[in-house]
Design a protein around this ligand. Structure first.
Ligand code: ME8
Length: 498
């Protein structure tokens, strides 16, 4: 009997549609896309989900400001997200919207199930609520009495609400996270969440709102709508076509890795697994939390005028340039600091001078070559996974979700040095450029045609390998390189920018 492995399931958060997509949204989504493409390159079947979070007071208010019906408004913004992901070459399997009727039905089924079993019960909630976060806050969360993320004073709210039991799960959650049954990573975020869970009694959470019309009505009390987070979390299951029946959860679940920003760690490590545990569904395997993009060392803000617009980046660096600069900016997990100046320098050094120069030199010189390799053998090695297996550093970096490190190994010959391997394979961009400088193939054309053929065949093979290793990060560029290797000509890939 053959057992089929379940698809590798990777998720991004579903983004709020109260504004247009921005650089932060693109950052998480491009990272998830690189991982999805890497896994496919390594021969795995992948389910990759993203989408939009469309209910709640904040979005209804925004629609009103724009004099639009909420549904018409969210349709527009969701379309913007979809168009952007297409432009950025995001290879998601499915885009889920929380206003999809099937999603709404599944959410209601879950709520009814939890209510029938007494896990959801009626009560009151009193506390400080930040509409920016759509979360109740504790006094400890506030800085100078304000929500630090939204710089506004939270509202005091007391209302009739339905609550979901959380206190009963506190020890269970701690245990799961401690033992990595639910792996919260990087380590510092695991510590942060454990210290939160061990520090105070986990309160049962309010899961409904009475005065928010733009939401999913509770099936057992239509005067309430569902708290946005409960609605939103279930996207990770409904995106798989799940109908809310806890006995039949589609195969890609549990998610192999969920990518989130540090702003939404706490809810993803508490409320979300709590819902799953109450339903008897396995929790996600890995919750990978990344830091924030800063601009010039500061949080991007309109007031500071340091916002880097995604459209400015794509206009200047192109789609693949933007993907490259986002993924090479710093270690995934840490905060990363971007400035247009530094990105321009990096673009010129790594893409125009490094990769672009190598490709055009090699292809141009190879025009003197009668027979080009057909790359069949190398291709076979990639398809059968042998070639990727030899890139120990590259692979290990992906296992750690360390995208910048994987990229660095393609540019610099740190592969063998790091793992203590010896051998004559130097398939890195810097090494290949050095080889061209050293061998001076343009002199060999006449002086030593035999050696010329050998050197060029090797350089062409290297370009092929480089193109494969770049597939996850810069899919268009990688394809252009392979087309050039077939058609024996290429336009400059990246022009220097002033
Ligand atoms: O929180 N740097 O949606 P959201 C890096 N709908 N990443 C950033 C970023 C920055 N400066 N700003 C935002 C929500 N992000 C909920 C999620 S999921 C069930 C529901 C990214 O539109 C990062 O991934 O506020 C962050 O977690 C997410 O966008 C928040 O997106």
């Amino acid at each position: 009997m053959t057992t089929t492995k379940k698809p590798f399931f990777i998720t991004t958060p579903i983004y709020y549609v109260n504004g247009s997509p921005h650089l932060g949204h693109a950052y998480t989504t491009v990272a998830a896309d690189c991982l999805a493409r890497f896994k496919r390159l390594a021969g795995e079947e992948v389910f990759f989900s993203t989408g939009t979070d469309e209910h709640g007071a904040k979005i209804a208010k925004k629609a009103e400001e724009e004099h639009k019906e909420p549904q018409a408004f969210v349709d527009e913004v969701a379309a913007e997200f979809q168009a952007l992901w297409q432009e950025l070459n995001i290879s998601h399997t499915k885009f889920i919207r929380t206003t999809d009727p099937a999603h709404k039905r599944a959410v209601q089924r879950v709520l009814q199930d939890l209510y029938d079993r007494g896990i959801i019960y009626q009560g009151f909630y009193e506390g400080l609520y930040c509409t920016g976060c759509e979360q109740f806050q504790t006094v400890d969360d506030l800085v100078d009495g304000k929500c630090p993320d939204h710089n506004r004073v939270p509202e005091h709210m007391k209302e009739a609400t339905y609550l979901m039991k959380m206190t009963v799960l506190q020890q269970g959650l701690i245990q799961r996270i401690k033992t990595d049954a639910l792996q919260v990573t990087p380590e510092k975020y695991k510590k942060e969440i454990l210290s939160f869970l061990q520090g105070e009694v986990l309160q049962d959470i309010s899961i409904s709102r009475q005065n928010v019309k733009w939401g999913i009505p509770l099936p057992f009390d239509a005067t309430h709508t569902t708290y946005v987070w409960v609605d939103a979390f279930l996207n990770y299951l409904t995106v798989l076509g799940w109908d809310g029946n806890k006995e039949t959860v589609p195969a890609p679940w549990p998610a192999d890795v969920q990518f989130i920003g540090k702003d939404i760690l706490r809810v993803h490590a508490t409320i979300w697994p709590a819902i799953l545990i109450h339903l008897g569904i396995p929790t996600q395997k890995v919750l990978f939390t990344h830091g924030h993009i800063l601009s010039g060392g500061k949080k991007m803000s309109k007031t500071l005028g340091n916002v880097i617009a995604l459209s400015d980046m794509t206009a200047r660096f192109g789609v693949d340039g933007t993907r490259y600069l986002l993924m090479s900016a710093g270690t995934f997990g840490e905060d990363v600091d971007l400035t247009m100046e530094r990105m321009t320098e990096k673009y010129n050094a790594d893409l125009a001078n490094g990769l672009g120069n190598l490709v055009s030199r090699v292809i141009k010189l190879a025009s003197h070559l009668e027979n080009w390799p057909d790359f069949k053998q190398t291709e076979k090695e990639f398809v059968s996974n042998v070639a990727l297996g030899t890139r120990v550093f590259y692979n290990a970096a992906f296992e750690d979700y360390n995208f910048s490190s994987a990229l660095m190994s393609v540019w610099q010959n740190i592969n063998r040095a790091k793992v203590g391997m010896t051998g004559d394979k130097e398939e890195d961009i810097d090494a290949a450029n050095k080889k061209v400088d050293k061998e001076k193939p343009w002199e060999l054309i006449k002086n030593d045609p035999e050696k010329f053929r050998k050197v060029m065949a090797e350089l062409l093979e290297r370009l092929y390998v480089i193109s494969r290793l770049l597939d996850p990060f810069m899919p268009n560029t990688a394809t252009e390189i392979r087309t050039a290797l077939k058609e024996k000509k290429i336009e400059p890939l990246f022009q220097r920018i002033k």
